[in-house]
Design a protein around this ligand. Structure first.
Ligand code: KIV
Ligand code: NA
Length: 264
């Protein structure tokens, strides 16, 4: 079958259908999520933290994320693959955004890109959409601005909620096909969702968004201190710990390998 397209996501909003998005950074996990029917895979710049071990998303470059994106595209056959534009790869100008996005499309096979911010990135969104590149926007707690926020905290409370609403409408007008709302009050996310014709994708944004996204290591229970908005669907860290200890024990005692796992 064919890949999910941005038109399919627009149609889902018209029908009032919710959908899930998860991050992916390699071919094998992408294949699992794709086979499970996850329609959109995000190669997030969260890779900075969950793949590369940095303590923020700021250090990763386009060169760091390109091979991960290519792997996710190769590992999937049905999902729309969205590549995050990393910090410093699009803010300077629409031309810089176009050059970075084009690399994700041409060199990695991404189907869309995501960038953070509201009115400041409208020229970038317009340039990308004009060039035929679908753009996912991202408002609220935009982790690339952590140094302005002074930490990872809820955004859009009080008057800044009106600014977020205005940014969301402006991004839709500029041609974005969807917008991630991260760590904002549920009531604000509900109002934004009702005011836009493009889908909202919530993460820590309550139950009324059109879609929900989680970092896969968070939902699988691999992350050590997950945020309040994370629901842990599995204890992957615990299961891996148990399994690798069993392997270690069997190697130490000589219980593994036996004839069953040997050649004669
Ligand atoms: O980088 C990322 O994983 C993201 C999602 C959490 C939306 O931007
Ligand atoms: Na991101």
């Amino acid at each position: 079958g064919r890949r999910v397209t941005v038109r399919d996501l627009a149609a889902a909003k018209e029908r009032g259908e919710r959908w899930p998005m998860v991050t992916a950074y390699d071919a094998m996990t992408a294949h699992v999520f794709d086979s499970a029917g996850i329609p959109v895979l995000l190669v997030g710049d969260s890779a900075a933290m969950v793949v590369y071990g940095y303590d923020s998303t700021l250090p990763v470059s386009v060169d760091d994320l390109l091979p991960l994106t290519a792997a996710v595209v190769r590992g999937s056959s049905r999902a729309l693959v969205v590549a995050d534009l990393p910090f410093g790869s699009y803010q300077a100008s629409p031309q810089q955004a176009l050059e970075s996005a084009a690399r994700f499309m041409k060199e990695a096979g991404a189907h869309a890109v995501k960038l953070e911010g509201g009115h400041r990135v409208l020229p970038q969104v317009e340039a990308l959409v004009s060039a035929g590149i679908p753009v996912m926007a991202h408002l609220g707690l935009t982790p690339q601005s952590v140094n302005v926020f002074g930490g990872y905290r809820v955004q859009g409370r009080g008057q800044s909620g009106d600014e977020l609403m205005a940014d969301a409408k402006a991004l839709e007008h500029a041609g974005a096909f969807s917008v991630v709302l991260e760590c904002v009050p549920a009531e604000l996310a509900k109002r934004v969702t009702g005011s836009l014709s493009i889908p909202t994708i919530g993460i820590g944004a309550g139950p009324d968004c059109d879609a929900q996204v989680l970092v896969w290591q968070d939902l699988m229970g691999l992350t050590e201190r997950p945020a309040k908005f994370v629901k842990k669907y599995f204890d992957l860290a615990g299961e891996m710990d148990r399994a690798v200890r069993a392997f270690a024990d069997e190697v130490t005692t000589g219980a593994f390998p036996t004839a069953e796992h040997s050649y004669r």
